[in-house]
Design a protein around this ligand. Sequence first.
Ligand code: ADP
Ligand code: MG
Length: 392
Amino acid sequence: MQDTSLRALTARFRARFGAEPRLFSAPGRVNLIGEHTDYNDGFVLPMAIDSRTYVAAAARSDRRFRVHSEEMNELIDFDLDAPPHARRGLWGDYVEGTARSLDKRNMPVSGADLWIRSDIPPGAGLSSSAALEVAVGYALVRLRDPSEPDRRKLALAAQAAEHEYVGTLCGIMDQFIVALATRDHALSIDCRSLETRPIPLRLGSLRIVICDTTVRHALATSEYNARRAECQKGVTVLSRLDPNIRSLRDVSEELLNRGEPLLQRETFRRCRHVVREIERTVSAVSALESGNFNAFGELMRASHASLRDDYEVSCRELDVAVETAASVPGVFGARMTGGGFGGSAIALVEEASIPFLLERLELHSRKEFGIVPKFLTVSQPSNGVCEHALED
Ligand code: ADP
Ligand code: MG
């Protein structure tokens, strides 16, 4: 967002709330590789993107909150000393949930007035929800205490807000990358130990194109739960071969093959995706560290094929986007990203090839589905949640 529109944001805050705000923001994110590995104790490799959620915020002397979202064109309010609102299935749940979650986890907050504006499209798989939680959480903690907060603790409180107040049982990836991202780096997250490692990502003349298919299939939640259950079933059976196995993270391909006769065909394929995807994510880190984008692109292709054939969480719109991208010269690799059943695909591509790539993606999507996809081009990983210094 331009500096002038940030100033406009604070001007609107002043006009509405009659106080001088401070300004905070948190990024959206895209997962480069490591899909459906998080709840199997594996690795993920997300990066922050330039689209951000901004929060203008001023502390109050009481424990009340007034929160306006420009996207929702709505003002909500709540009082931390009053009993929590019942879950309403509305955007305010994310904000109230974050405030209460922080307070409960020993990161005390005071009341505040907040004005929110975002350029992250919601529901596109770019994690507008974690950006909202983490931006609000960071603002609230910093309003109360000027020192830099523990970002991991903040991310965990935001995740808990989504579990407890919103009712989405998300993994830790979204809140971690949004809170911990550093510019020009992707973040390798070990979802078992919660160790993180920034991985330098120098794209040079390459770009990451995000293609939002704009479709969201109703199956997403039920199938997500079904996949989690399949993985658990696999662990139960495979632990007969090795009692030390606690999750698919502990399963090698060799052990999986030994277990094949014991597993139902479908369970075997689900487990094979996870075991190989964890391997691929580890290899992807090495590929990025050595600047080997050919190898990285290959891993993206393999990841997509595995999500499509073994894990069966892709859909026609994502497959067509990925196949179309793969046929464009200058594309190193493409895959669906996020949980699947709609949402976005990503392609790693030479900048010069982008106009042709977008043209082809739009053409094929229009022709097959009558849908115009939305595009976002990322030239470098962005930084995590931060405060902005606003000069007058
Ligand atoms: P994603 O995180 O992939 O964008 P989710 O369904 O997890 O999708 O989160 C989207 C929800 O987050 C929205 O429906 C809305 O409730 C909330 N949200 C995101 N951004 C904003 C915003 N700028 N203002 C208010 N609510 C928002
Ligand atoms: Mg979300």
